[in-house]
Design a binder for this molecule. Structure first.
Ligand code: PGA
Length: 252
């Protein structure tokens, strides 16, 4: 991790969590984090929207932040089942994930949609965590860097800066599979992302680029030590404070 970019260790709970148990896990995470006056990283939990307000309340005045997992491009309107970035902000969110590969796959979101969602997050005053990553077929076809270039270039809106945007590199084949790229592969993609960011914004050197995909307590330190890796986006291992904490510790 770099001296100049403050790491972000983010948990993405996806569609997991009912109130009682989730509250317990958040309380445990917050109480561990409160022991650090001045933690060396930002800590984030993106729970299901139903839990956002309550978890934000538990985390108030602590180093732990909450965020959304997705948002609609519009601020309001006739969009049954969708949630606006402004609503997430209103519920206590500081961040919003956009373009997660599960959204790209399950909901057919393309770069244009993702860009509009990132713009919406910015409009609402949220930090957008824009996810990019190649599929296994793309990696095996030696297309990783091209896919990443395309996603970074076309998913980031004008107006993206190091203060309102985080990029998360999540190889699709590494998500929830227990497989991770080698540190050398991660290094190559992160360097490439930073280079692409340099073409799009003035403060590319300050943008945090997270790694995500099967991050666990046992591999976090190795992955976080890779050049240009500024934190992690963690799925399965963020669901309990016990599993998430060793990952947070690599940044704290
Ligand atoms: P995983 O998920 O840590 O369970 O692989 C990561 C993600 O999808 O953000």
């Amino acid at each position: 991790m770099s001296e100049t970019r403050r790491p972000l260790i983010a948990g993405n709970w996806k569609m997991n969590g009912l109130a009682d148990e989730s509250l317990r896990q958040m309380q445990e995470l917050v109480s561990r984090a409160r022991k650090f006056d001045n933690p060396g990283c930002d800590i984030l939990i993106c729970p299901p929207t139903t839990l956002l307000r309550e978890l934000a309340r538990v985390a108030v005045d602590s180093p732990v932040r909450v965020g959304g997992q997705d948002c609609h491009a519009n601020a309001s309107g006739a969009h049954t089942g969708d949630i606006a970035a402004e609503m997430l902000k209103d519920s206590g969110a500081r961040y919003c994930i956009v373009g997660h590969s599960e959204r790209r796959t399950d909901h057919g979101e393309d770069n244009t949609t993702v860009k509009a969602k990132a713009e919406a997050a910015h409009r609402a005053g949220l930090i957008a965590i824009v996810c990019v990553g190649e599929t296994l077929a793309e990696r095996e076809g030696d297309k990783t860097l091209d896919v990443i270039s395309d996603q970074v270039t076309n998913s980031l809106p004008k107006g993206a800066t190091s203060s309102n945007t985080v990029v998360a590199y999540e190889p699709v084949w590494a998500i929830g599979t227990g497989k991770t790229p080698t540190p050398l592969d991660v290094k190559a993609v992160h360097a490439h992302i930073r280079e692409e960011l340099g073409k799009l914004m003035n403060d590319a050197a300050k943008v945090r680029v997270l790694y995500g995909g099967s991050v666990k307590g046992s591999n976090a330190a190795e992955l976080m030590a890779v050049e240009n890796v500024d934190g992690a986006l963690v799925g399965g291992a963020s669901l309990t404070a016990e599993d998430f904490w060793p990952i947070v510790k690599t940044g704290i």
